[in-house]
Design a protein around this ligand. Sequence first.
Ligand code: PLP
Length: 414
Amino acid sequence: MSVATAPAAPDWARLRADFPALRRRVHGKPLAYLDNANTAQRPEAVLAAMDRYHREYNANVSRAVHTLGTEATAAYEAVRDTLAAFINAPSRDGVVLTRGTTEGINLVAYSWGGANLRPGDAVLVTGMEHHANIVPWQMACERAGATLKVLPVTDAGELDLAALPALLTPEVRLFAFVHVSNALGTVNPARELCALARERGVLTLVDGSQAAPHLPVDVQAIGCDFYAITGHKMFGPTGSGALWGRPALLAAMPPFMGGGEMIREVAFEGTTFADPPHRFEAGTPNIAGLIGLGAAAGYLTDIGMAAIAGRERALAAHARERLAAVPGLRLVGAEAPDRVPVFSFVVDGAQAQDVATLIDLDGIAVRSGHHCTHPLMRRFGVPATCRASLAFYNTEAEVDALAASLRRARDLLA
Ligand code: PLP
């Protein structure tokens, strides 16, 4: 459903009812879905948008002049406008539609990195990155003969900002950092980090995968050069996402993948390429998925991201208090005051996977494992954690059920 213009106080219970999967029962118990940082559930508005594409105007984009092709192209291009507004991009031209954040970061690492990184250069990342914002840079540095540097993480689970100026040395060409940590829930001061980098002539790429579902995102206020988001964390479908890049930077970048749709003219003697953003959208895209992502961004905008952030601050405070009171439970790197409701924890004497398996029997879904953040897990000296990650549709009652289930699991396992 579509919500009327930004209500002062959204009806959270009514909004929760938009998500059919949340009505499920698991092992005979009401589902408490607390694995949103892994992938979030989809509202009816997203399902309906995708369904309508499949049923009424399924056609390829940017090719056919027939009615269905024209409608599909219009819907696909409208997603670019919706996402530009969602992240307050200055124009639609900087919005490249992708299959997710992983593709967006790889695009920049391969295309910008290939054209700009030289032997002796460096790329700076942080100790709290998802592997998607480490490995592409390692690969780009290896190809170029550049080095990867790392901004450390404090015991509180924050970036060590005091260490940043000394790390932004002249050979650093780009600083890639996560806006919101998928493992700890920390909200990094993106605007300050970008300002410091810009003063030193260093470009910035922000991994916004976990910010987009929780906070208002404004790429102009942040002042970054690239910003990547992924659809399935923001209540859209898997295999959809977007990369925003400063149009002047995108214009100077070579293509990432070659194929249909990204060209101007192809001859065996040589090919000329389309302007951005189409230069970076080779082949048939995930049209239905991207239409679903547009619907998700529209849905969130209708609720209001500031309202969502406010609701989640209350949920985070409640979850911190309830989790901290579970005997034998230790929160990992959760001290940062500026946070979203994402908590990693270990239970004394119990394996994370066993805890997650046991509480699933109570209908509670959390993720266990390394959360694609091996270096961060190493930093905190744990092989794995359980992670409870909440969205605006979760409730205090679900948090209480989690805490009660964890107490029972601990009694059984420890
Ligand atoms: N970055 C962060 C912080 C993430 O949490 C994730 C997904 O877990 C990714 C990047 C990768 O997103 P995707 O696999 O959708 O491309």
